[in-house]
Design a protein around this ligand. Structure first.
Ligand code: GTP
Ligand code: SPV
Ligand code: MN
Length: 600
């Protein structure tokens, strides 16, 4: 082993220094580099990554400060089957999580980490989830042998010396260890040890598997902490809608991965509603930490500092703000490289380019087929961009407010070709928690698995709830009781289709028409029919001005088919049955009431 070379240790936090030493002894890097977060460091890392081929510099005139990264082709999405919660008792992880004992977890992963950083640099990245210095923020340290991870973490979180200062000589932090190791799926594990405030990730270099502040800390570990400390960590966007009179209402929305959070978080009002003068403010696009403020209101903070957004389908018609945001200082992952040093993906700007280099690094032309006759994609379906959230033109400095923004409505939503109507409102908080708990959605490319298959995904948290799902629902119910005015809870579905599989609802900017109705309901206005599943808008209570949608389609979008719902309820009952007596009786009661209402 080469003698580990440590440049300079910028902290006197003894436990931190000892832990870094121990992990370096395990992984045996050639060098240990503490990241300070400075601009010079960013430049240096970018140069190194370009020299090693991990990044490709894009056209500096057209896309200044932008880079392309190609991940290993077996490493393109979160791996839920390799993601574990490691607790002493299996019951604490619950039936929806993979589980190992901490002893097994540490042993299995240690064998993979052993010597995995030989010949590499170990970066020590101090990062803060939430504004630095806020009593509600959480600090983590990620040790990684990936320069790509280091560069992404500095966009996605607040990193470097200010974080170490805030940590002081004895502060609490989440220990995060990551190594790409050999990128083999056989030796890949994403392990959470909530009892030790520790995350170990090995064998991947991509997204939520390795940006440990994101799903691992800000959802799985934070959820565990939040349950003890009386707050919630949720897979939600946070958005402000300002009326011309200056009144801003904030909402959160939980949709499963690749089901429209980033898009809704920076929604552009459609032509037909422009005259109403709404302004949109983006507070967060993926994760919300929810707390009860001193005033008894629900408040939301975005713990992140950047966007890690889906690219396919993103263009200036569907999401103009995202396209503008990614014109500089952005890392593109797994997209097509065009001859002019810019990038493209399916559903991106304009027609497919005549040629380029695809996400795997091979020459590409439109219409190319693989040996099975399937079209060869220019970009991977889960290709993504990483950009600072502050570059978003709808960004608001409310994102920096340590107390968070007050929430008026919570929206759940899924990708359902059938069953779920465009929008409905729950009867009250308890029913709303049930609506979230019974949610289902078609699988997307954001995780390895069968795209399109319908699965229950409660509160869009199936892959991210770091403890027993039934206890998580009990926590939701308990939080509602503590709130002075619990926000109203809604459910939306932008993805209903006709028999030919075409979306019935135009989606994107037009979703504001649904948000308008939701805000009306919050204000005690907006007309609705009381149905078996909740309040559904009367067609005339949606402002469809400028939208060419025939009345039959609108009726279809808002229709509820009891037979379909009863069939769906069966699947939901099967899902609930695995929670046994731990299922909160309030949710069981809601389920029975729904069945009765649908059957009558
Ligand atoms: P994660 O980052 O994985 O958590 O995803 P997300 O929930 O932020 O999803 P995102 O907004 O990135 O959208 C995912 C895909 O859905 C993209 O291809 C979008 O173009 C598409 N999409 C978003 N909103 C709509 C909509 O209202 N209608 C339709 N048809 N597609 C949408
Ligand atoms: C998701 O899959 O929900 C994402 C992307 O937001 S990842 O960072 O991979 O979790
Ligand atoms: Mn997400």
């Amino acid at each position: 082993m080469k003698e580990t070379e440590v440049k300079r240790i910028p902290t006197n936090h003894k436990r931190l220094i000892r832990w870094v030493d121990e992990m370096a002894a395990l992984c045996q890097p050639d060098r240990v580099v503490w990241c300070d977060g400075a601009v010079e460091e960013k430049k240096r890392l970018e140069q190194e990554a370009v020299a090693s081929g991990e990044l490709i510099e894009l056209n500096p005139e057209k896309l200044p400060g932008c880079f392309l990264h190609r991940s290993s082709s077996n490493d393109v999405a979160r791996v839920e089957h390799l993601t574990y919660i490691c607790t002493q008792n299996a019951e604490d992880a619950g039936p929806t999580n993979n589980w190992m004992t901490p002893k097994d977890g540490y042993e299995k992963a240690s064998a993979m980490f052993k010597g995995s950083m030989k010949g590499r640099t170990m970066y020590v990245i101090p990062f803060c989830m939430g504004p630095i210095g806020s009593p509600f923020s959480k600090i983590g340290i990620e040790l990684t042998d990936s320069i790509y991870v280091a560069l992404n973490m500095r966009i996605m979180t607040r990193i470097g010396t200010p974080v170490l200062k805030s940590l002081g000589s004895g502060g609490e932090f989440t220990e995060g260890l990551h190594s790409k190791a050999d990128l083999s799926t056989e030796r890949r594990l994403i392990l959470h040890f909530p009892e030790d405030n520790t995350i170990w990730s090995v064998g991947s270099g991509y997204g939520g598997n390795v940006l440990l502040g994101k799903k691992c800390l800000a959802l799985r570990i934070a959820g565990w902490l939040g349950r003890r400390e009386g707050w919630m960590a949720e897979h939600m966007l946070i958005l402000g809608i300002e009326k011309p009179n200056g009144d801003i209402k904030y909402i959160t929305a939980a949709f499963p991965s690749a089901c429209g959070k980033t898009n809704l978080a920076m929604i552009v009002p459609p032509e037909g509603l422009r005259h109403k003068g709404y302004k949109i403010w983006t507070v967060g696009d993926d994760i919300a930490w929810l707390r009860i403020g001193d005033d008894g209101e629900l408040r939301a903070v975005n713990p992140e500092n950047g966007l890690f957004g889906v690219l396919p389908g993103t263009n200036s018609k569907t999401n103009r703000i995202a396209i503008e945001t990614m014109q500089r200082n952005t890392i593109f992952t797994n997209v097509l490289l065009k001859p002019d040093g810019t990038v493209w993906w399916e559903g991106g700007e304009g027609d497919p380019p005549k040629e380029g280099i695809d996400w795997k690094g091979n020459p590409w032309k439109p219409g190319m087929k693989d040996e099975d006759g399937k079209p060869i994609l220019a970009a991977h379906p889960n290709s993504r961009f990483t950009a600072p959230i502050s570059q978003c033109s709808t960004y608001t400095d409310k994102t920096e407010d340590p107390k968070g923004v007050p929430i008026s409505a919570i929206i759940f939503g899924g990708r359902r070709a059938r069953v779920a109507p465009l929008v409905y409102e729950s009867f009250n908080w308890q029913h709303g928690v049930y609506v979230g708990a019974q949610m289902a959605s078609e699988r997307t490319a954001a995780q390895v698995g069968n795209v399109g298959e319908v699965r229950r995904d409660p509160m869009a948290m199936l892959p991210f709830c770091g403890y027993h799902m039934a206890d998580y629902w009990a926590h939701w119910l308990a939080m509602g009781k503590k709130l002075k005015r619990p926000p109203k809870i809604f459910h939306v579905n932008w993805f209903r289709t006709d028999r030919a599989g075409k979306f019935l609802w135009p989606g994107f900017g037009d979703n504001l028409r649904v948000l308008e109705w939701i805000l009306d309901r919050v204000d005690g206005k907006g007309e609705a029919d009381k149905t078996a599943i909740g309040y559904v808008p009367k067609p005339e209570s949606l402002d469809l001005n400028g939208l060419d949608l025939d009345p039959a389609t609108v009726r279809e979008l808002l229709s509820i088919d009891s037979r379909e719902w009863l069939a769906d309820l069966k699947l939901q009952e099967t899902f609930f049955s695995q929670f046994g007596s731990r299922l909160p009786r309030e949710l069981e009661a809601e389920r029975i009431h729904l069945r009765e209402r649908l059957s009558s």
